[in-house]
Design a protein around this ligand. Structure first.
Ligand code: GAF
Length: 393
């Protein structure tokens, strides 16, 4: 971590000078509540210690100059009117934020930004939300804009929806920006009310198992699931006109109309209704320290994602099945959009080493492939690390 920060600072100093603000913007895990955010439902994510570090300063011109350490690529553009999307890909996360800030009435002048991080890309840990939130937070710091936490998350999500072009919900940006050390964050994605739930027991660890599978299919299937949920709402409105989203749906109504619905749409709706309920129950488990029960809900969540929402894949299923039979594991499930990426495992501290060794070996034997393991700690949301102003004497 120290080395990464040093690299970001040195690169900024070499390129743009000694005066900058240094920001950390974290990745996130999601304990439970998958594919519920865009259904106005509940989620329970947490910001983690892996993150993106950004050094930023205003430059007094009309140009943005960016440098991505991991890619060893730079990008420069003038801030005039509408931005063109960049073929380089990564600059769009930064440009999207500038674009949204302008649309929200903030006057963004030229600025420089160097960034690098250790959030694995495409692993379902929200590296893109971390970057968007980091740039947004940095610009607010540099310009003394006091943007409320909820609006910050909305701007970052809009940047991804409208400029990058990914129709994600608000969970990732919200968790990365507003996470709190030692706490999970229960978010109501309808009204954006949020509540922190302590998740800081020394005897429990969050271990992520990365399948290293990255599938193109993930984004197209994500949009298909969103549409299927919307279709479900439209059908169910025939029997209850008050239903605005799957958040409002009672399981009993859905079950009564199973035969009136396309079986796929029925399965998708059923998963969302049950997952929303699981988030609420999981929060009360956390409150009572009932980790066994919390873990069982994680397995149920995975089963729903596997059989009803159908966004899992063989690699994720194998990992969850192995975890279920290892000692010291409370629960495991796939995490994020699906079709690859990581599983999240809640493991007793004194079993972490044996868990790690065994899941690696068993997966290798069964799949003839390797996984990567990340141990993560629940950490703060996007924040300022330091402001450097070195004045020559
Ligand atoms: C991705 C999206 F970006 C989130 O908004 C959320 O929908 C998640 O998939 C699934 O829960 O991370």
């Amino acid at each position: 971590m120290e080395q990464l920060i040093q690299q970001v600072e040195e690169e900024f100093q070499n390129r743009f000078g000694d005066n900058y603000k240094l920001i950390k913007s974290p990745g996130r895990v999601n304990l439970i509540g998958e594919h519920t955010d865009y259904n106005d439902g509940f989620v329970l994510p947490a910001a983690v210690d892996k993150g993106i570090y950004l050094a930023m300063n205003v430059n007094g011109t009309n140009s943005c100059r960016f440098y991505a350490i991991d890619k060893e690529e730079s990008f420069e553009t003038e801030i005039i009117g509408e931005f063109q999307k960049s073929d380089q890909g990564w600059p769009n996360y930064l440009l999207g934020v500038v674009d949204q800030l302008q649309k929200h009435g903030y006057e963004v002048g030229g600025f420089d930004c160097v960034f690098g991080g250790n959030v694995p890309i495409g692993a379902g840990m929200s590296s893109s939300a971390a970057l968007e939130g980091g740039v947004l937070f940095g610009l607010a710091e540099l310009n003394n804009w006091d943007i409320p936490p909820v609006e910050m998350a909305q701007i970052a999500q809009k940047a991804e929806n409208d400029f990058v072009g990914v129709q994600c919900g608000i969970m990732d940006q919200f968790a990365s920006l507003n996470g709190k050390e030692g706490n999970a964050l229960k978010l109501d994605c309808r009204n954006l009310d949020y509540e922190y739930f302590p998740f800081n027991r020394d005897d429990i660890q969050i271990v992520l198992c990365d399948t290293q599978v990255r599938r193109e299919l993930a984004s197209s299937e994500y949009n298909v699931r969103r549409e299927q949920c919307e279709q479900g709402v439209e059908i169910l409105q025939q029997w209850d006109s008050e239903i605005e989203s799957l958040r409002d749906l009672e399981l009993s109504l859905l079950l009564r109309h199973e035969d009136d619905m396309d079986p796929t749409i029925f399965k998708r709706c059923k998963y969302v209704v049950e997952e929303n309920k699981r988030v609420i129950q999981a929060c009360s488990d956390l409150h009572q320290g009932a980790m066994d029960s919390f873990g069982q809900r994680m397995y149920q969540s995975h089963a729903g994602l596997r059989y009803e929402y159908e966004v899992s894949c063989e690699e994720l299923d194998v990992l969850v099945d192995i975890a279920r039979n290892l000692k010291g594991v409370f629960g495991a499930r796939m995490m994020g959009g699906g079709f690859g990426g990581c599983t999240i495992n809640i493991v007793q501290e004194d079993h972490v080493d044996s868990f790690t060794n065994q899941i690696k070996d068993k997966y290798q034997q069964q799949m003839n492939k390797e996984i990567k393991i990340y141990q993560t700690k629940v950490s703060s949301g996007t924040h300022l690390i330091s402001s450097q102003k070195i004045t020559s004497s």
